[in-house]
Write a protein that binds this ligand. Structure first.
Ligand code: NDP
Length: 482
């Protein structure tokens, strides 16, 4: 029997209500009924976190290192088993689910080592006889609100640094992926940690999530999700003077120049556009292609898109699983209609697919003849849909790429060192990729974007310390010995 409860103050607890969790690859497969936290249970979790945090900080760096290493090691060892839960409820293929859980483990082992590297600075004072040191201390209680598309990895890259730097956590996962949340919580709860240090409060975003981000008992909020929800969170964070960090949508461009290795470009573009059913904030959604190779590129891209095996996430050989939910699929189909109304040319896909099981399957979709001012090139679709925009020169391609309110990742496919270097320097994005897909990042370096894509300090790598700690400057006058 799978656990479906909340985890509050060191105990598994039933919620006041439940939601049904269905498999998007097979809508007849009910995964389970999952607990939803009440307002009182959320308050209980916040109070428990407040009590636990100083105990955890006082436990010291060896203890924190060992706990994080224990969590990371278990996640990596059980990646296939937990990856199956991810694949079943989120719809990504089994191999991707397994890879995601393994990566989540790496975030914990990386931050286990960062625990030992939390070293401060020493300074001389301008006043003789005074010594100064600068240390990083925990911010306190961290609220984590995470999405469904990476239901284990995204919370892991937030929870690991939060715990590493001595904070307590109250986590509100996406309601579409509660089983992954329970699985990750079980691994964390198995460690010898103070009761209340880590709390799982599953529930609706507009209710439990909203109450959590508006709470004055929270010292910092880390959020990944949509721009509108992010804006609301930023507003409540400012009201309470709560530290906030947010990763939101994007409209990542990939420029394909006339000197690119065409097959490599097609492979990277298709992989970044359709991998994870296009439900990645790093997906390549605007393909800006030089006119000299445009037709050849598009022809090969359509072949690549049509070659993908779309199917049940748990089936051997599936490369693209279903869309996560019925409402997301409806939204995708609405974008297909909109694209055609805007004058884009549908080259392939654009349809729902029939598979042996009834699920939310959609064919990888390519639109050509699109302009950057069309809504399909302005708004994040989070769908297996990509749009080709023709450009006549490198300069024009770069201008189009930069013409977006977002700026998370961006790529260029070129063999020219000067174009690649110019692009690195002049592309307004948090992550720039040369001859690589826009999706796919490492775990030990910062991740984040510019513009409407991100707000607040960066996530991941040693830059994560900026958000999960607060700096204290101490002045000490020791005096003269008697
Ligand atoms: P949301 O932004 O609604 O959800 C992200 C998280 O925020 C979930 O845990 C959600 O809870 C929670 N939440 C929702 N409303 C509130 C609120 N008022 N206060 C606090 N927390 C809240 O994204 P969706 O899942 O609805 O997806 C919609 C679109 O967002 C996608 O189509 C995509 O464009 C974008 N998105 C981007 C992601 C990214 O990685 N950049 C990830 C996911 C979505 P609950 O699940 O209960 O609603």
């Amino acid at each position: 029997m799978m656990n479906t409860e909340l985890y509050i103050d060191g105990r598994w607890t039933a919620g006041t209500t439940e939601i049904e969790n269905w498999n998007p690859s097979d809508v007849s497969d009910l995964i389970g009924l999952y607990s939803q936290a009440s307002a009182d249970q959320l308050d209980e979790a916040l109070a428990a976190a407040r009590r636990a945090q100083p105990i955890w900080w006082a436990a010291g760096i060896q203890k924190r290192h060992d706990v994080l290493m224990g969590i990371g090691t278990e996640l990596m060892a059980r990646a296939a088993e937990i990856g199956r839960i991810v694949a079943r409820e989120e719809g990504k293929p089994l191999a991707e689910g397994t890879g995601e859980v393994y990566r989540a483990g790496q975030f914990f082992t990386y931050f286990a080592a960062e625990v030992l590297r939390n070293q401060g600075d020493l300074a001389e004072s301008v006043r003789p006889g005074v010594e100064i040191d600068v240390r990083r201390e925990p911010v306190g209680v961290v609220a984590i609100v995470s999405p469904w598309n990476f239901p284990v990895a995204t919370p892991a890259w937030k929870i690991a640094p939060a715990l590493a730097f001595g904070n307590a956590v109250v986590w509100k996962p996406a309601n579409l992926t509660p089983a992954s949340a329970v699985a990750l919580t079980e691994v964390i709860a198995r460690q010898d940690i103070p009761a209340g240090l880590f709390n799982l409060v599953t529930g609706p975003g507009r209710d439990v999530g909203q109450r959590l981000v508006e709470s004055r008992d929270v010292d910092a909020i880390s959020f990944t999700g949509s721009v509108p929800v992010g804006r609301g969170i930023a507003a409540s964070a400012v009201t309470n003077m709560t530290k906030v960090q947010m990763e939101m949508g994007s409209k990542n461009p990939m420029i394909v120049m006339d000197d690119a290795d065409l097959d490599l470009a097609v492979g990277h573009a298709a992989g970044a556009a359709f991998g994870g059913t296009g439900q990645k904030c790093t997906a390549a959604s605007r393909l800006i292609v030089h006119s000299a190779i445009h037709d050849a590129f598009v022809e090969k891209l359509v072949v690549a898109a049509q070659a993908y095996k779309v199917g049940h996430a748990l089936d051997e050989g599936t490369q693209i699983g279903p869309v996560v939910s019925e409402s997301q699929l409806t939204q995708n189909m609405d974008y297909v209609t909109l694209a055609q109304q805007e004058g884009a040319e549908l080259l392939c896909g654009g349809t729902r697919l029939d598979c042996p099981t009834e699920g939310y399957f959609m064919a990888p979709t390519v639109f050509a003849g699109t302009r950057n001012d069309m809504r399909i090139n302005r708004e994040e679709m989070f769908a297996p849909i990509t749009c080709v925009i023709k450009a006549d020169s490198y300069d024009q391609a770069l201008t189009i790429a930069n013409d977006s309110e977002f700026g998370l990742t961006a790529g260029i496919m070129t063999r020219s060192l000067s174009r690649a270097s110019h692009f690195r320097a002049n592309m307004r994005a948090g992550c720039v990729m040369v001859n690589l897909p826009t999706a796919g990042t490492d775990y030990h370096v910062p991740f984040g974007g510019r513009g409407a894509s991100s707000f607040g300090p960066r996530e991941q790598g040693r830059y994560a310390a900026e958000f999960y700690t607060t700096v204290k400057t101490a002045y000490v006058a020791a005096g003269t010995p008697e």
